[in-house]
Design a binder for this molecule. Structure first.
Ligand SMILES: [Zn+2]
Length: 231
């Protein structure tokens, strides 16, 4: 009798906790993405790791721009392509995983990023060298771009020759052979980038010529026409 009552009580507590969790509100920028039908990429493929750099201070501005947002979202079609790239990576290199640094970014967060550049005392005319003008938007603002790397079987990011958001030719895929000749990049670092590029292009993404970590699912004009900007 007491035992039955005790179990009933435990069941009630569990039910209350579940209800409380489902009512817990999402951070507002996350809610905007959910409302527009974007999907949490880890729900599509739980083997993909996520560490949103703009939700930490470990980024080139040294400021947390995303606040409570810690999950990565993409347009559903883009998330499917990413899951394909993730499957291809697991097949080619068992134990290796994709590690996402940034994905969909609402335009309001693009403004926050743009304004945060002022802390670096970057002159207004040079700001677009670092961040896309929020009035025009970045492909991230349409949920069609992703920044990522690859981790090894111990979960350690592969050596790509530069950190994420390093600005300069050392990060340019188009300058790799030149950097190799000058001894600034090693063959292994280029091979690591090629592994990322191979699975991402086979998954359906396009390579960026100046950022080894950035991939686009379509052009910005196509993304604007198809999805519109996340406000
Ligand atoms: Zn990017």
């Amino acid at each position: 009798m007491f035992k039955t009552a005790f179990y009933l009580l435990l069941t009630c507590i569990a039910a209350i906790e579940t209800t409380a969790q489902s009512f817990k509100s999402l951070p507002s920028i996350e809610q905007k993405m959910v409302d527009r039908g974007l999907v949490d990429i880890q729900k599509m493929d739980p083997d993909i790791s996520v560490e949103l750099k703009y939700s930490t201070t470990d980024n080139f501005i040294g400021r947390d721009v995303y606040g409570e947002l810690t999950r990565a979202y993409l347009q559903p079609e883009m998330a499917k392509r990413l899951a394909k790239a993730s499957a291809l990576l697991k097949k080619a290199k068992p134990g290796y995983r994709l590690l996402v640094y940034d994905a969909a970014r609402p335009n309001s967060a693009q403004y926050d990023l743009w304004n945060a550049l002022d802390h670096l005392k970057i002159p207004a005319r040079s700001k677009t060298q670092y961040v896309a003008d929020p009035k025009i938007g970045s492909n991230h603002n349409f949920g069609c771009a992703i920044d990522l790397t690859v981790t090894d079987e111990k979960g350690i990011p592969l050596d790509m020759g530069t950190k994420f958001d390093f600005f300069g030719p050392l990060a340019y895929p188009r300058s790799e052979q030149e950097m190799l000749k000058k001894g600034k990049l090693t063959a292994k670092q280029i091979e690591n980038r090629q592994l990322l590029r191979k699975v991402m292009t086979q998954g359906g993404f396009k390579v960026n010529t100046t950022e080894w970590w950035h991939f686009d699912g379509m052009s910005k004009a196509q993304a604007r026409a198809k999805y519109g900007m996340i406000p």
